[in-house]
Design a protein around this ligand. Structure first.
Ligand code: DLL
Length: 431
C-alpha cells in the first residue's frame, strides 16, 4: 500500500528530473530571498543558473546549525512572515535554540511525508494513532498529528507524560499505533506491567519510533515488550520534523521522501561526497520548502544510502538506521565509541534490562568510562557472587567490542531514570 504511488514508485530517471527542476527553483529562491545564501554563493562564484542537474549539487556550499544560530531567529527564512503559518524550535543542548518556520504549503507537504510513512508501515484510516511525542515547539507531536489526520486515522493527541494514564488509554480507547521515542516506548511497556494490563487487553499492533538513535536489539526488546512491530522514523526540525524518512514494513532501511529532500553522504572531515553503501555524515537539501529551504544541511547524523530496489516496491533511496551523531561520538583514550555500540552489547546479555547510563570522566589525565546498567528482577534476586560474575562478563564483552576497558556497575531494577522524550544516556564530565 502506498499513500502516493506515483512518487513512491517513480523510476529513478524521472525522480532525478523532478529533483533537478525543484532544486533549480529552490536555489533561485534562496539566492533572491536570503542574504546569507546570496553572500555565500557569491563567495563561491555560484549563480543560480549554474545549477542544472542534481549532480551540480556537490558544487554548492554547506549550511550548518551555526548558520541558523547566527541568523536567529528568522534570518534564513525565504518567505515573508505573512506566509508563515507555524513556527517550531528545538532547544539543543548548548546556545540559542534553532527556530524553524513553515508556510501552508510546507505544512501540507510535511503532513504528506508523515502520511506516506504511516502507510509504508501498514497504517490505514481505520487505525487509532496514539501520539505520545511531545506537543509544542518540538516537531514530534504536531508532525505525527498532521500526518495521521491527512491519512484519516483517528489521532489521540495525548503527548508525553502521565504514563499511567497513557496505558489506561491504550486499553480503554483501543489505540492501534503508538508513536513516541523508543526510550518512552520501553517505559510504557514497563508501565503496562505495573498497572497489571496484559497485552491481551490492548490492541496496539504497530509502533513508529524515532527522534533518537536506537539499536536493532532495542527494536526486539520493544517488539516483545509491547507485542507490536516496531518501525523507525527519522527527521529533524531543520528539514521539517518526523517523516524525512521512515522504514517500510520490510524494516530494512528508511525510505527518504526524496522528491522533497535530497540526501547525500559526505566524509565529515573533507566534505567529499561518498558513494552509496559508505557510511558518513548525512546531508539534506530541501527542494520544495518555502519558508526554510536549507541547502546541503549538515545533520551530523551518521548513516549510509542505498538505491537498491526494496521488496516493498518503493523505488526511493533508503538510508540506514542512523547509528548516532558525529558530535555524540565519545573519544575515550583515543578510541571512538558510540553509545549505540554499548547498547548493542548490553542488550545481547541475558539478565540486564535496556536501561543504562554512561559516565565519562578524566582522572589523573586519563579518560574513564563507566556504564551503569539495570539488572532484571531475576538477576537481582541472585547471589552477590553471580552478580559479580555477570559484571565481569559485561566488562569482557564491552572490552572485546570497544577495545577499551570500561567500568561496569549493575544496579537494581528501576534505579536509572526513565525518559518521556529523548533519553539522556551519557554524562561527559570532561566538558
Ligand atoms: O527529533 C524530529 C523527530 C520527531 C523525528 C519524532 C522522529 C520522530 P529534532 O528535535 O530537531 O527533531 O532532532 C533531530 O534527532 O538530527 C537525529 O540526531 C535525531 N533523530 C531523529 N530521528 C532519529 C532516528 C526530531 N530515527 C535529531 N534515529 C536528528 C536516530 C534520530 N536519530
Amino acid at each position: 500500500m502506498y499513500f502516493n504511488k506515483t512518487i513512491e514508485t517513480m523510476n529513478r530517471e524521472d525522480m532525478k528530473k523532478l529533483q533537478a527542476e525543484r532544486l533549480k527553483k529552490t536555489v533561485e529562491r534562496v539566492y533572491n530571498n536570503v542574504p546569507l545564501y546570496r553572500e555565500r554563493f557569491d563567495e563561491y562564484g555560484i549563480k543560480p543558473e549554474h545549477i542544472k542537474t542534481v549532480d551540480d549539487l556537490k558544487n554548492l556550499p554547506f549550511t550548518y546549525k551555526t548558520d541558523l544560530r547566527d541568523t536567529y531567529p528568522f534570518g534564513l527564512f525565504a518567505a515573508p512572515m505573512s506566509e508563515v503559518i507555524r513556527i517550531h524550535a528545538s532547544s539543543g543542548t548548548t546556545g540559542k535554540q534553532t527556530v524553524v518556520g513553515y508556510t501552508k504549503n510546507d505544512i501540507d507537504i510535511w503532513a504528506e511525508c508523515v502520511a506516506r510513512s504511516l502507510v509504508s508501515v501498514g497504517a490505514t484510516s481505520k487505525d487509532i494513532v496514539h501520539d505520545s511525542y511531545g506537543y509544542g515547539l518540538f516537531t514530534g507531536g504536531l508532525g505525527i498529528h498532521d500526518g495521521a489526520t491527512k491519512l484519516g486515522a483517528a489521532v489521540i493527541p495525548v503527548s508525553s507524560g502521565n504514563t499511567a494514564r497513557q496505558v489506561n488509554i491504550f486499553r480503554d480507547f483501543g489505540s492501534t499505533i503508538l508513536c513516541c521515542t523508543p526510550s518512552y516506548a520501553m517505559y510504557l511497556a514497563e508501565a503496562l506491567k505495573e498497572n497489571n494490563i496484559s497485552l491481551d487487553e490492548i490492541k496496539l499492533r504497530i509502533g513508529i519510533f524515532g527522534a533518537e538513535p536506537w539499536t536493532e536489539e532495542m527494536r526486539t526488546e520493544i517488539e516483545n515488550g509491547l507485542g507490536i512491530k516496531a518501525y523507525d522514523i527519522y527527521g529533524l526540525s531543520e528539514i521539517c520534523g518526523p517523516g524525512v524518512s521512515c522504514n517500510c514494513y520490510m524494516q530494512n532501511g528508511l525510505h527518504v521522501q526524496e522528491d522533497h529532500f535530497i540526501p547525500e553522504i559526505i566524509d565529515p572531515d573533507t566534505g567529499e561526497v561518498l558513494p552509496d553503501g559508505e557510511s558518513g555524515e548525512l546531508v539534506f537539501t530541501c527542494i520544495t520548502k518555502e519558508a526554510l529551504p536549507l541547502i546541503r544541511y549538515r545533520t551530523r547524523d551518521i548513516s549510509s544510502l542505498t538505491r537498491e530496489p526494496c521488496e516493498c516496491g518503493r523505488t526511493t533511496v533508503r538510508m540506514s538506521k542512523p547509528c548516532g551523531r558525529t558530535d555524540d561520538m565519545l573519544i575515550i583514550r583515543g578510541v571512538n565509541v558510540f553509545p549505540s555500540q554499548v547498547e548493542s552489547v548490553l542488550l545481547n546479555i541475558e539478565g540486564v534490562s535496556p536501561h543504562y547510563h554512561i559516565t565519562v570522566d578524566r582522572v589523573n589525565n586519563l579518560d574513564t568510562m563507566d556504564v551503569e546498567v539495570e539488572m532484571s528482577s531475576s538477576l537481582f534476586s541472585d547471589s552477590v557472587k553471580q552478580i559479580q560474575e555477570k559484571e565481569k562478563m559485561i566488562k569482557q564483552a564491552l572490552l572485546s567490542t570497544l577495545n577499551i576497558a570500561v567500568g561496569v556497575k549493575l544496579v537494581g531494577p528501576k534505579t536509572i531514570s526513565r525518559s518521556e522524550g529523548k533519553a539522556k544516556r551519557v554524562t561527559d564530565n570532561r566538558k
